[in-house]
Design a protein around this ligand. Structure first.
Ligand SMILES: *[C@@H]1O[C@H](CO)[C@@H](O)[C@H](O)[C@H]1NC(C)=O
Ligand SMILES: *[C@@H]1O[C@H](CO)[C@@H](O)[C@H](O)[C@H]1NC(C)=O
Ligand SMILES: *[C@@H]1O[C@H](CO)[C@@H](O)[C@H](O)[C@H]1NC(C)=O
Ligand SMILES: *[C@@H]1O[C@H](CO)[C@@H](O)[C@H](O)[C@H]1NC(C)=O
Ligand SMILES: *[C@@H]1O[C@H](CO)[C@@H](O)[C@H](O)[C@H]1NC(C)=O
Ligand SMILES: *[C@@H]1O[C@H](CO)[C@@H](O)[C@H](O)[C@H]1NC(C)=O
Ligand SMILES: *[C@@H]1O[C@H](CO)[C@@H](O)[C@H](O)[C@H]1NC(C)=O
Ligand SMILES: *[C@@H]1O[C@H](CO)[C@@H](O)[C@H](O)[C@H]1NC(C)=O
Length: 460
């Protein structure tokens, strides 16, 4: 009996040794307190296990263990305060079941940039506190599983996470959302933000998002979508932010965003988009910010792409192939930010009218975007003169250019005329002098005979 007790004791001691020794943890890591938070920074400390205990804290805890080397993430120590945990870049390959059972009020768990596979993650790994012989759901709100090796989601992965609001699955190689993944996502009826960026998705399966009625933000950038998915329609009630950048989308028309109510839309790096059709954005009455940059083949935005009632606040159109922008595209007065650098724009009256309507804070930047006159001369758009582009004259008579050079011309003319006047004065003086001398000579009696005029004295 004694032996068993001793063996158990020894076993417990050695089991304890599995955890990172946490007495005086603030000597090894960096501890720091603010009014509302206790911050434990153990970044890059070559830890191979989780801590045996948290340092004493009587406020919410932020524990950062990024860049350690923890192949199996063990149960985390007990805390009664709200906890945010970072275990990214830790070479984590597997999770001990119930890692979160002791952190009752865990809010955030970042497991990004690890080596987790579908087989190594399961609903039971994330179950919540065990009270009265029963597991409760975890309080987890933010879960980051980006850049792991998860190709499909276990069907019951989120079973114990009913409060999840924020899920990052970026960079995991979900080329399709299969049945299990669809089922897993369907259970997240409180989800507000979903990140599926960088996954090689060719479509967004309707059954995966049908139940995400609270979703406000969706990142679908860096995928292989040919179209704006029409399944976004399921999200129309609450979706505010949509990122479709870096996709082979080639069509943007009045059907693309029909029925949605977006505020922020990102359409950067769409190499196949050549034009934006009429009413493409007119169906988004709440749109405040639009980014459409680096779309190398985008030549044309239809003048009716927006509705006249729209009140955009931020518009980014840098580095496209836009040649013209219609003055009637937008209400330019409402913009706080407008960027249109790096486009082969021609200098038109539209551009002059646009810069006239834009806020002074925008057009004050005289070194801003430029356009090209038809004679090949470049000019800063916010320095365009009405007379040079709005008179209906052919552009090759460049009044602006002439105006800039007029001052020089004037100086030259004045100098030239001064020189002319002086020269004339000198000539006059010389002439007078000569005349005087002539009369003097004529009055001199002897030289008259000597003077010889070959014309007068030509012999016949
Ligand atoms: C933990 O480290 C402290 C010194 O920091 C040491 O006194 C203590 O013995 C260590 N505990 C274990 C179980 O290794
Ligand atoms: C929290 O703990 C610190 C010491 O670690 C103590 O000074 C402070 O009074 C405690 N605050 C509360 C609200 O218990
Ligand atoms: C991380 O730990 C594993 C064993 O768990 C070891 O093989 C590997 O060399 C360690 N890597 C680093 C960078 O320390
Ligand atoms: C957490 O709270 C429970 C009861 O609410 C208490 O028994 C326990 O000691 C507390 N744990 C810590 C680490 O403060
Ligand atoms: C979708 O959500 C509803 C209620 O929000 C729920 O009853 C239903 O089970 C969910 N569907 C799936 C597949 O989880
Ligand atoms: C999606 O995740 C990637 C990788 O973590 C990140 O760079 C990107 O900013 C995220 N998107 C949003 C909208 O947070
Ligand atoms: C413009 O966009 C192209 C294509 O996306 C990119 O390769 C290039 O670096 C961008 N140029 C600038 C100045 O941003
Ligand atoms: C520019 O504005 C003027 C005055 O508001 C208007 O008469 C003219 O038609 C506009 N030109 C273009 C091309 O929109």
């Amino acid at each position: 009996m004694k032996l068993i007790v001793i063996i158990t004791f020894i076993y417990l001691c050695s089991a304890d040794g599995v955890f990172q020794n946490s007495s005086h943890i603030c000597d090894t890591c960096n501890c720091h307190e603010t009014e509302n938070e206790f911050i434990l920074n153990c970044v890059d400390k070559r830890f191979t296990h989780v801590l045996a205990d948290w340092p004493h804290h009587n406020k919410s805890l932020i524990a950062d263990f990024s860049y350690n080397n923890i192949s199996t993430l063990e149960k985390l120590p007990t805390s009664n305060y709200s906890v945010r945990l970072m275990f990214d870049h830790c070479n984590i390959k597997s999770l001990e079941p119930g890692i979160l059972v002791n952190v009752v009020k865990v809010e955030l768990l970042d497991l990004s940039y690890n080596l987790l596979t579908t087989e190594k993650i399961d609903g039971i790994d994330f179950k919540g506190p065990y009270v009265k012989e029963k597991y409760f759901p975890t309080a987890l709100k933010h879960l980051n599983l980006a850049y792991n090796l998860i190709h499909t989601l276990p069907e019951k992965l989120f079973e114990s996470m009913p409060h999840l609001e924020d899920l990052n699955l970026a960079g995991n190689g979900f080329s399709v959302l299969d049945f299990n993944s669809q089922h897993a996502l369907s259970s997240l009826s409180k989800l507000k933000r979903l990140n599926l960026s960088n996954n090689g998705l060719t479509e967004l399966v309707g059954d995966a998002v049908r139940n995400l009625t609270d979703l406000e933000e969706l990142d679908l950038s860096y995928n292989k979508l040919d179209f704006v998915p029409n399944t976004l329609d399921y999200l129309k009630k609450n979706l505010k932010v949509l990122d479709l950048s870096n996709n082979p989308i080639y069509k943007l028309n009045d059907k693309s965003f029909l029925g949605l109510n977006l505020k922020y839309l990102y359409l950067n790096n769409l190499p196949r988009v050549k034009a934006v059709g009429p009413n493409t954005f007119a169906t988004l009455p709440m749109l405040k910010k639009l980014e459409m940059c680096n779309n190398i083949h985008l030549r044309d935005i239809d003048r009716e792409a927006f509705s006249p009632k729209q009140e955009l606040v931020e518009l980014y159109l840098n580095n496209n192939s836009l040649v013209e922008i219609s003055y009637h595209l937008l209400q330019w007065k409402t913009l706080e930010i407008f960027e249109i650098m790096e486009n082969p724009l021609s200098c038109t009256c539209d551009l002059y009218n646009i810069s006239r309507d834009l806020k002074k804070d925008i057009t004050r930047n005289l070194d801003g975007p430029s356009c090209v006159h038809s004679n090949g001369n470049g000019q800063m758009i916010y320095r365009l003169k009405e007379a040079s582009v709005c008179t209906g004259k052919p552009y090759d008579f460049d009044i602006d250019y002439a105006e800039e050079h007029f001052e020089m011309l004037r100086v030259t003319i004045i100098s030239l005329s001064s020189i002319l006047v002086v020269m004339m004065l000198i000539l006059t003086v010389i002439a007078i002098l000569r005349y005087r001398r002539g009369t003097v000579v004529r009055n001199y009696p002897f030289t008259v005979q000597v003077s010889y005029n070959p014309l007068e004295n030509r012999p016949f």
